[in-house]
Design a protein around this ligand. Structure first.
Ligand code: 21W
Length: 263
């Protein structure tokens, strides 16, 4: 299994920096992921290599023209192999881990179109795009970081990219809830101690402590995640336990929602 990505951007240098370091660099070197970056400006037909123009109907900001993008997509697709074409845009459907998993299973290469300026000519979507994706409800200056976010999260799902083969198994167990707290040496720093249970060598107790702390954080910070998470009977017992630990947080939660996430 591997993944191939083609990127259309006005700023190819932004990709070399991230993909040329650490885990992504190694994944590229090992042929587990392949990324080809194309400068959209190279596909502008006029001598000034113009890629943007004023919006019809007026208003502020510039709009990305369709012709350079059309020519670029045709050129990338000229090798005859199928592509899944994805436009990165604030209007897209929200990216999430399930989407990363689906893209990691994708057989075709994924072609990302990165927008700049105030927007892209709407006809690009009709003519060239299969899917439109946003990475979250905040405003960036273009689609490049979004493409890197998606490539990063898809790449780490390709077997061999992370190296340790246990990680996938652990991830299915922790899917949909927040991580437990981590500690390493020293056992005490400026009076702050590592919880005794982690030094006890009792692996059953350690596993239960970690699961409980993961569920505690999820209940506290992201109760929305518990609605969809795969919880065992043991988890539900732990959640009941957390709910009866009478903190401000759980009192509020119990008032609001008579334990409908507890089974
Ligand atoms: C941001 C272009 C805002 C245009 C309503 C009307 C790709 C992105 C982007 C960008 C606007 C993604 C306005 C999360 C992002 C991206 C550039 C429109 C004014 N609002 N995911 N007019 N966030 N952003 N701004 O920004 O290309 S994926």
């Amino acid at each position: 299994m591997s993944a191939g990505f083609d990127i259309l951007t006005l700023f190819p240098g932004m990709f070399q920096a991230y993909l040329g370091e650490s885990i992504m660099k190694r994944a590229v070197q090992r042929g587990l992921i392949d990324v080809k970056v194309y400068n959209t400006r190279d596909y502008a037909a006029d001598k000034h290599r113009i890629v943007d123009d004023y919006p019809y109907g007026g208003g502020s900001g510039m709009v990305m023209k369709i012709e350079p993008l059309y020519r670029a997509v045709q050129s990338v697709k000229a090798d005859g192999s199928e592509r899944l074409t994805v436009l990165l845009s604030p209007q897209g459907t929200l990216f999430h881990q399930g989407k990363a998993e689906a893209l990691a299973q994708e057989q075709r290469r994924i072609l990302f179109i990165c927008g700049r300026y105030e927007g892209i000519d709407e006809r690009v979507k009709e003519l060239l795009v299969d899917e439109e994706i946003s990475i979250g409800d905040y405003v960036m200056t273009g689609g490049e970081l979004a493409a890197l976010v998606i490539i990063d999260s898809v790449a780490r799902l390709i077997p061999g990219v992370l190296g340790d083969e246990d990680s996938a198994k652990e991830e299915s167990f922790t899917w949909g809830i927040l991580d437990y707290p981590h500690y390493t040496r020293p056992p005490e720093f400026l009076g702050l101690k590592v919880p005794d249970v982690l030094l006890s060598g009792n692996h059953r107790e350690i596993a239960r402590y970690r699961r409980k702390e993961a569920l505690r954080r999820t209940l506290q910070r992201r109760p929305d995640l518990l609605e969809r998470a795969a919880l065992s009977r043991e988890d539900c017992a732990i959640i009941d336990e957390l709910c009866s630990e009478d903190t401000e947080m759980t009192r509020k939660r119990r008032r609001k929602n008579e334990s409908d996430t507890c089974c």
